[in-house]
Design a protein around this ligand. Structure first.
Ligand SMILES: Cc1cc2nc3c(=O)[nH]c(=O)nc-3n(C[C@H](O)[C@H](O)[C@H](O)COP(=O)(O)OP(=O)(O)OC[C@H]3O[C@@H](n4cnc5c(N)ncnc54)[C@H](O)[C@@H]3O)c2cc1C
Length: 467
């Protein structure tokens, strides 16, 4: 505890998760907190997801679900937008997919507003946290790249996913391992022949970026299954049909049940989106009930299929991809790369299509890694993560999906004991809760974490910061 009875909380990362947490803590009555919100990027409130200035990079979730403040009021974002656009009725934009840039601006608005209402309780610190050390039971010191030190009773790691794991040959301009890194796509010439590895939302983002830059060359996107994200649609209310207990019979029983329900719904003219939306409220409970064998079975065989049904594309993007494919400018391939040889003028790639023995060789001008973010913390080059793991203050989870945590978001040390006061929220909690990336999930996690903090603070009569 710093000033008598006040809680010092350090939030590492001011993307969507860290920002929503900061806002919630500031607004939380009865919790005397002093917050240090630390961000290495130039802007607070954007993170990787909401920093793209490309207006085509839109949300993939309808606007009415993206309110940042409370589960009970998810319309906050459309109200802000309507006000910003001078629209009388926010309902007119409920089902829109605004740009992600605009959503980042909304998050910045929420933070600035909460800071105005609670002056002096949140410090914004620009810099990269590179090291963490423990000073006491629930007391930590964070060292920033510029040598600055921040001490706190509670450290909330809101680091999101990690940067994409580099797997393409390094040191050649013909291979691009991180399409999100600012300036990397500028290396691609307008007529370049491209091979994109990955056929998910990162690929779509990259293709939309290339179109905006006037790219006209042929693009082939390859992934193990060749699955493209499916088109989003407005679900209709659908009765809760799924009993999480089924998960004890294994993942195949779960999928059979879901498929049967989708089939029955179709007979009544109801689309799969409505069934999947009704099913989705159970995914964390299902994950918790699956045993280790079935979790690995899901990850190996069903994860990609689930992702394309779960992380969907706004209709207008699907139209653009369809047009590119009809024009023969975008090819989607199910298969894998056997060999990749970058040369001075081109890259020779040997591929094997799924289910085929024969190999085929293509020559392209560039190869782009769109396999998405890394989640294996054991492989992270980030200094902070290496410091955390090296000191045994944290460990990757058993599925290499994020950090190993307890039910209340507390990190588990290398020896399995709790690292009191050290928590993580958002994508790093996937190994424990599975559904953790979209803003509605971040919002719920933030709400649950702060509620627990209030309860433990009250229970300890304001003496103990945590537990
Ligand atoms: C491209 C993309 C599009 C998405 N679109 C949607 C969508 O439309 N709707 C939806 O609901 N969800 C979407 N998501 C999912 C979800 O909203 C995001 O994953 C969300 O941004 C996660 O928030 P976060 O704060 O955990 O991570 P981020 O927003 O990525 O923030 C993490 C922040 O931590 C900072 N940081 C990391 N390490 C350090 C350090 N050591 N020191 C200081 N700062 C550090 C980073 O700079 C970054 O700003 C999208 C995700 C991505 C990647």
């Amino acid at each position: 505890m710093t000033v008598a009875g006040r809680l010092a909380i350090a939030i590492v990362g001011a993307g969507a998760c860290g920002t929503l947490l900061g806002v919630r803590l500031l607004r939380q009555a009865g919790l005397p907190v002093d917050i240090a919100l630390i961000e290495r990027a130039a802007e607070f409130g954007r993170g990787a997801a909401y920093a793209s200035p490309n207006p085509d990079h839109t949300l993939n979730v309808m606007a009415h679900m993206m309110g940042g403040e409370a589960e009970a009021d998810t319309d906050g974002f459309i109200r802000w937008q309507a006000q910003d656009a001078g629209l009388a009725d926010p309902a007119a934009i409920r089902n829109d997919y605004p740009s992600r840039w605009q959503y980042g601006t909304y998050l910045q608005h929420l933070l600035a507003q909460a800071e105005r209402e609670c002056p002096g309780r949140l410090r914004r610190l620009r810099g990269e946290v590179q090291e963490i050390s423990q000073l006491g039971v629930s007391r930590y010191a964070l060292r920033l790249a510029d040598g600055g030190i921040v001490e706190a009773d509670i450290v909330a790691l809101c680091l999101s996913n990690l940067d994409p794991a580099p797997f393409l040959p390094q040191g050649t301009p013909r291979c691009i391992d991180d399409p999100w890194r600012p300036g990397t796509l500028e290396r691609i010439g307008p007529a370049d022949r491209l091979l994109i590895v990955g056929t998910g939302l990162t690929m779509v983002d990259t293709v939309l970026d290339l179109l905006a830059r006037g790219h006209t060359g042929p693009i082939t996107a390859v992934s193990r299954h060749g699955f493209l994200p499916l088109e989003d649609a407005m679900p209709v209310p659908y009765a809760d049909f799924f009993a999480p207990g089924i998960a004890s019979r294994g993942i195949l029983a779960v999928m059979q049940n879901l498929r049967r329900e989708v089939g029955d719904a179709a007979k009544n003219g109801i689309g799969w989106h409505s069934v999947v939306e009704a099913f989705r409220v159970h995914t964390s409970a299902i994950w918790k009930r699956l045993d280790e064998v079935n979790r690995h079975r899901f990850l190996r065989h069903l994860r990609s299929l689930w992702f394309v049904h779960r992380h969907r594309l706004p209709p207008r993007h699907m139209r653009r991809l369809d047009a590119l494919r009809e024009a023969g400018r975008l090819g989607i391939m199910a298969g894998r790369i056997v060999e990749l040889v970058p040369g001075a003028d081109a890259v020779r790639v040997t591929l094997r299509r799924r289910g085929r023995a024969a190999e085929e060789t293509v020559t392209v001008d560039r190869v782009v890694n769109c396999t998405g973010p890394e989640s294996d913390y054991a492989r992270s080059p980030m200094a902070l993560v290496q410091s955390l793991v090296a000191q045994g203050l944290g460990r990757p989870d058993a599925y290499r999906l994020g950090l190993d945590i307890d039910e209340d978001f507390t990190l588990l040390r290398a020896d399995g004991r709790r690292a009191e006061g050290l928590v993580t929220l958002g994508p790093p909690t996937r190994g424990r809760f599975w559904e953790v990336t979209a803003v509605p999930h971040l919002r719920r996690q933030v709400e649950a974490f702060v509620a627990r903090l209030v309860a433990s603070h009250t229970a300890s009569g304001g003496t103990k910061p945590w537990r």
